[in-house]
Each structure stands twice: as structure tokens, then as C-alpha cells.
Design a protein around this ligand. Sequence first.
Ligand SMILES: Nc1ncnc2c1ncn2[C@@H]1O[C@H](COP(=O)(O)OP(=O)(O)OP(=O)(O)O)[C@@H](O)[C@H]1O
Ligand SMILES: O=P(O)(O)OC[C@H]1O[C@H](OP(=O)(O)OP(=O)(O)O)[C@H](O)[C@@H]1O
Ligand SMILES: [Mg+2]
Length: 281
Amino acid sequence: MLRVAVPNKGSLSESATAILTEAGYKQRRTTKDLALTDTANEVEFYYLRPRDIAVYVGEGTLDVGISGRDLVLDSHADDDILMELGFGGSTFRFAGRPGVANSVKDLAGKRIATSFAGILSDHLAENGVEASVVKLDGAVESAVQLGVADVIADVVETGTTLRQAGLEVFGEPILTSEAVLITRHGVDQPAGLQQLVRRLQGVLVARNYVMMDYDIRAESVEAANALTPGLESPTVSPLHREGWVAVRVMVLRADAQKIMDQLWDVGARAILTTDIHAARI
Ligand SMILES: Nc1ncnc2c1ncn2[C@@H]1O[C@H](COP(=O)(O)OP(=O)(O)OP(=O)(O)O)[C@@H](O)[C@H]1O
Ligand SMILES: O=P(O)(O)OC[C@H]1O[C@H](OP(=O)(O)OP(=O)(O)O)[C@H](O)[C@@H]1O
Ligand SMILES: [Mg+2]
């Protein structure tokens, strides 16, 4: 059985369970359950902290897991990132009281609080900056007010927590993160992993694309195809009406309205979009 680690709580948990459910896997009924066996798909799910998932998978104790790119890098575990999952987006940034620093170069000799000491130390070393790292478990934004640090390095999503603490980001983002699927580096892919990856990719396609149908005069089909090249190639079928064809093609959901306007301008009519419920590409 494929052994899969899933975040048990926190920012990644709900979306991780949702994407697995959408991919046709059984998920735990209550947040108290520690594990669940999906016999039909021959997969065992283990619900763990995403920071620990990077370690379990890196050690090879579990075959594959969902964690955050920042947590994987921070752990220095022996993981490979197989795919990005399109949720749990955040940036990892420096922040401090206004004017305290403008870039990483200003941090020499300063005290920096973080719960990602691995990422922070790597970043300071890359920039040749010597500073002292104050390792905290959470609520890092309070460290400046409480006097244990001069600046912080933390996860920023909306920036609300920083504003509430009277802090501002400075310097370039240290990294951008999102939820990722990981396996142990350098091992043969276990049975069932390819199926999991294909199913998750299918969910991402269904979420990110819509199906678009339209009718157009045959002489304009090349102009329309330039706007909607599709993943492979559009399906073009004859219409009963002489000189017209029907086109069916996948387009990015985010671009759909703009493309419908552009298709209209090159003569397409009866332009429809429909949701895709599942896909294998
Ligand atoms: N607003 C956010 N706050 C914290 N982490 C976030 C946020 N948005 C996305 N993430 C990502 O979630 C992962 C952190 O997972 P974790 O389970 O520790 O979340 P958490 O919400 O901080 O949980 P908790 O603080 O309750 O332990 C990281 O990969 C991080 O980049
Ligand atoms: O930019 P925002 O949308 O405000 O989100 C970022 C904040 O959310 C997380 O804190 P969390 O609630 O997980 O508490 P923690 O610091 O104790 O982990 C993270 O550590 C930041 O503090
Ligand atoms: Mg947190």
C-alpha cells in the first residue's frame, strides 16, 4: 500500500484533504483520526504536522506527503518536490519596525526571530551576513515588541498579522511557498505513486481550465485557433450549416472571459464555457 502523509491541521490541512477527496480518495471523517486506510485505492493516509511530514518522507518512513515548500527547505530533509499543488501560497519575508532596515545587508549583528531557522540561516549565509537567529515556535510578530529580537523573518500571506504588530516588510522576499507533493530523494517510485500524481494533476486541470465551445465560419478558424490553441490541438467538427465549423477546446479559467471577447471579434458565435469535473491529461 502507498503510504501518504497529509497535514492534520493548520493552513494546509483543509485544502490537502479537499484535493485528495476531489481526486477520488477516501479521507478521514473527523480531525481526531490519526490515519485512514482507503482499501479500494490501496492507499494509507497518515495525518501529521506538515513540518514533520518533510522529515518522515525524507527518512523514507512514508512514501509521499503534502507539505509546504518552505517547510521542506527549512528541514533540510532528503525530499524531492514532485509537483506543486496550487494552494497554501505564502511568502517568507523580513519585517521590522519602520526604518529599522532596508535589506538583508543591514542585518549584520542584529537579532532575528523566526520559526524557520534553517531557511533564515541559509539566506544569511548566502548573503554573507552574520546575525543572531532567535528560534521561536510561533507568534513571531510579537518578538520585536517584547524585546527579544530587532527584526523577524516570517510567513506573510495577507500581511494582517504584521500590520497588527506595527511591523513592515523590507527587502526582497526570501522565498515564495505553496503546498507541494514530496517523495524521498533518489528512491524508486513506489507502486501507486504515478496514479496519485496523475489524479492530482487531473484535479488541478479541472480547477484551472474550462471547456470552451464555439461556432465559426471555416475561413476564420485559423484566427480563432490562434486565440485558443488548446493543450494539444482544438477539436474542429463540421456543422450542418454550410461553411461553418464547431470548435471545442480547453482554455485557462482565468483567461476565459477575455478569450470569449476576442473570439467574438474574429466572428465566433454561440461561445459557451463549461466546467471540467475530472481529467487525465
Ligand atoms: N497564513 C498562513 N499562515 C501560516 N502558514 C501559512 C499561511 N498560508 C500558507 N501557509 C503555509 O502553511 C504551512 C504552515 O503550516 P502549519 O500547519 O504550520 O500552518 P499554520 O497555519 O501556521 O499552523 P499552526 O500555526 O496552527 O501550527 C507553510 O508551508 C506556510 O507557508
Ligand atoms: O499575513 P497573514 O495573513 O496575517 O498570515 C501570516 C501569519 O499567519 C501565521 O501565523 P499563525 O496564525 O499560524 O500563528 P503562529 O505564528 O503561531 O504559527 C504566520 O506565522 C503569520 O504570523
Ligand atoms: Mg503558524
